[in-house]
Design a binder for this molecule. Sequence first.
Ligand code: UTP
Length: 297
Amino acid sequence: MRKKVTKAIFPVAGLGTRFLPATKAVPKEIMTLVDQPLIQYAIDEAREAGIKEFIFVTSRGKSALEDYFDNNPVLEQTLRKQGKTELLNILRRTNMESGAIAYIRQHKALGLGHAVWCARNLIANEPFAVILPDDVIAAEEPCLKQMVDAYAETGGSMVAAMEVPKEKASAYGVLDVDEDMGSLVSVKGMVEKPKAEEAPSNLAVIGRYILSPNVLRNLNKKEAGAGGEIQLTDAIAKEIGGENGVYGFRFRGKRFDCGSKAGFLQATVAFAMEREELRDELGEYLREMMAAEQAAQ
Ligand code: UTP
């Protein structure tokens, strides 16, 4: 029997420089997509995949993130008195059970691999998930749930993968595919941020992982990789050819790169258009805007 995946690491210690000056005072993960912070989407996805323990790797200036998951009894009492049950229910989804959430500090932003390694003592010897909250995925079945189900079949380490144009591959970790089985591919190599002409495929790794605890041991050496950072991809690649191997998983859904301004804006429009109370008004505005732009050309 494979061990169930019940722990997830959320690395949120990055500097978020692409959103300065906003991120000078507000952690990127607290920035709002329609009406919820990015981190709430990540937590909801993890819960639906059966995650019970939520481990945040944080850094200086992220206290707003810790406050967000605290109960706010004064606010709850006010809403109760006012009979605002719907708002109360929305608020309750943000409360975390005592002991379900842990915060670990990454003292220096040495890279994603290093951030994950910082949580090693809370993982012990079991498979675990990693979720990057700035990758937001719109999907009928949550992406991590799809992966947990696929993992139950394969074991080994698994990365979420999507097709990207080759010229964009240099922004991602890219898979060298051994066998393509459709939604699953077995992997014979992984390259972090390759030059476009050196990318082994157009299958890029995005921010969802299910990893063997061996990956944490591989990170013990703290070897710097692309960009001088300790890369998670390099530590996963060391598992290739090992007992359970490494798989890429083509998830069903659309990923938005909310770590970039354009991606965040696209997600805002896409998620807002899914909301009944916003669709008509926003849709009309977008149509008007497009028409005005076309008329001006
Ligand atoms: P990014 O590459 O998006 O970096 O990190 P960033 O610092 O968040 O943002 P920019 O590029 O300066 O705008 C991807 C994920 O890895 C985490 C980030 O918090 C984000 O979730 N990360 C990255 C860490 O936790 N620690 C690190 O040392 C690096």
